[in-house]
Design a protein around this ligand. Structure first.
Ligand SMILES: N[C@@H](CCC(=O)N[C@@H](CS)C(=O)NCC(=O)O)C(=O)O
Length: 213
């Protein structure tokens, strides 16, 4: 049984525009689904196109996914969407310090480790070129940075504590990618335990483990 509860019911399904192989879209769909919110997914971006239509531009002038609509409310930026969903519909999210700890990991992914993960994933899975020196640099930095998160996971099941929180939703898809690179890297046990705990959740299975490449 899922342990999430809603602060208030959603009157109608949320709409999420995006492509399922995008990490940024995965974090939003994983979060919404884990919070047991009804979602209508509209495939746009990548091969599906649709980012340049007047209808989509009116929702998101950046021509990017994910974009979310909740009733009349439209919001873009994947981390902002995750924060919004958790605050509107998620677990009790704690005080300012609890929130800061969650925000920190979310921001840390974007500012520290994300660039290394994007480069390595593009190189290994999407046929992008990467000079040998750059590859070595990205492996070394990503490995060292994941270790920092692994240390903090030694005492908790999720980054959010007993339940997944905003940082679990934001970083969960990336730790799957890191495990897909597993033959090439040494992964700390606590990071794998966290990945296993996420993998038990149907929402993670649907939107992350079974995501298309
Ligand atoms: N900072 C934005 C980045 C959004 C972004 O770069 N989205 C990419 C997919 S990951 C996109 O829409 N690319 C165009 C496409 O998919 O066609 C976020 O986190 O939402």
């Amino acid at each position: 049984m899922q342990d999430a509860f809603r602060v208030r019911p959603t009157p109608e399904p949320l709409t999420v525009w995006g492509r399922l192989n995008s990490l940024n879209v995965q974090r939003v769909l994983f979060c919404a689904s884990d919070l047991q919110l009804p979602v209508h997914h509209v495939p746009v971006g990548g091969n599906s196109g649709g980012l340049d239509t007047p209808e989509f531009l009116a929702l998101n002038p950046n021509r990017l996914v994910p974009t979310l609509k909740d009733g009349p409310f439209v919001i873009w930026e994947s981390n902002t969407i995750v924060r919004y969903l958790c605050r509107a519909y998620g677990h009790e999210i704690g005080d300012a310090r609890d929130l800061a700890l969650q925000d920190r990991w979310m921001d840390w992914y974007g500012s520290e480790i994300g660039t290394h993960m994007t480069a390595l994933w593009g190189y290994l899975k999407r046929g992008k070129t990467l000079p040998a020196a750059a590859e070595e640099h990205h492996w070394r930095r990503a490995t060292a940075l994941w270790r920092i998160l692994a240390e903090s996971l030694e005492t908790t099941r999720f980054i959010g504590g007993k339940h997944p929180g905003i940082a679990d939703y934001a970083l969960g898809p990336a730790v799957q990618r890191w495990h897909e690179m597993a033959p090439l890297v040494s992964i700390p046990r606590s990071l794998t335990r966290w990945h296993e705990a996420l993998s038990l959740r149907p929402s993670y299975q649907t939107y992350v483990l079974n995501a298309p490449l």
